[in-house]
Design a protein around this ligand. Sequence first.
Ligand code: DGL
Length: 263
Amino acid sequence: MNIKSDNRPIGVYDSGLGGLSVWRELHAKLPNESLTYLADGANCPYGGRPKEEIRRFADEAVGKLIADGAKMVVVACNTATAAAIDFLREKYSDTPIVGMEPAVKPAAMATRSGVVGVLATAGSLGGDLFLKTSARYADRTRFIAAVGEGFVEIVEQSQENTSEAEIVVRRVVEPLIEEGADQIVLGCTHYPFLRKVIERVIGDREVAIIDPAPAVARRVEQLLDQFELRADTNNKAQYAFQTFASDDYLKRLQDKALEIISR
Ligand code: DGL
């Protein structure tokens, strides 16, 4: 049997640097796949913006990735997914588009206290996607939603290792644990870069952190197979980076990606 292959890149898009938490997973799990990462950067953060505006940004970014030859696009941004995924799938119907799902299901399955904290942006928490998915498990789980106020800015400015970061994270995470949450869902792709800080706040209490990136990478793999889009097994993957922001921003994006790979 002749299995088709496709060496074009997978496009990965986020408002900024956060989507690199998904890129990291794709890079690790799909070593033959070329990846083109587009960080808007010029309009980040998206979190508190109106849905229509985010949809316009997402349209521009995803349109560019596809025009540049992406065979599939991963919207590595919960906020853009919440605002625009249906619109994008309809407009770019020839290209498979993967979005971010809030990982409320695994959290609802794993919780013993029955309380789950969900950290995300205001845009994601107010969207239908979160409301619908959390309603599905509401009979057995109490979801406490909290906006990670200031988290995106910390990651964008590479301030994860500062004492200010711990103050900002503690202010949001501590009340969730005090309310009894034993699972914390990272519902924004910037937040996994604050994982160590969140772990410090948790300390020796039994609270699990759930990052949806591995599940997204598995979904990408399924779709590559379904649409016969996998790259050749001997394809030498290329990694490209783009932004709508400055050259300085592009440099920070590339440096962060490099740091991830060399870890
Ligand atoms: N990384 C994005 C998300 O997953 C958006 C953060 C922002 O731009 O506010 O929601």
